[in-house]
Design a protein. Structure first.
Length: 119
């Protein structure tokens, strides 16, 4: 019996690196996903999770004002912390971009023709 199960498992081995497409449209018709699609998909998942959690918290009578009050913060203090964080982060982002953007542009310019990210 064990030998029979082992034979079945070996017969149904799955190839994770299959070169053929499994699209019902057939080979060559699969759409390529752009660079922004994963970011948008992540934002959609975060939005849906936030909506579900907000609905559950509302069902139990928990509000944002209660959470802020329990943590000892006020709306003004949260706003002040956000402004301080932005005031610290923005110059650092700009300084990093002064170095990163020209390097990226040079790499983009001198990349061999026809080469893509997936090659």
């Amino acid at each position: 019996m064990i030998a029979c199960l082992r034979v079945r498992a070996e017969a149904r081995a799955f190839d994770y690196h299959c070169s053929r497409t499994e699209s019902p449209a057939g080979p060559g018709r699969r759409r390529k996903r752009g660079c922004c699609i994963p970011i948008l998909w992540t934002l959609v998942k975060i939005t849906v999770a936030s909506l579900v959690l907000g609905a559950v918290l509302t069902h139990f009578g928990i509000t944002a004002e209660q959470l802020v009050r329990v943590t000892g913060l006020s709306a003004e203090r949260v706003e002040a912390y956000a402004r301080q964080g932005l005031a610290w982060a923005w110059p650092n982002v700009l300084l990093g971009a002064v170095v990163i953007v020209p390097i990226w542009f040079l790499i983009y310019l001198f990349r061999p023709p026809g080469q893509s990210r997936r090659d």
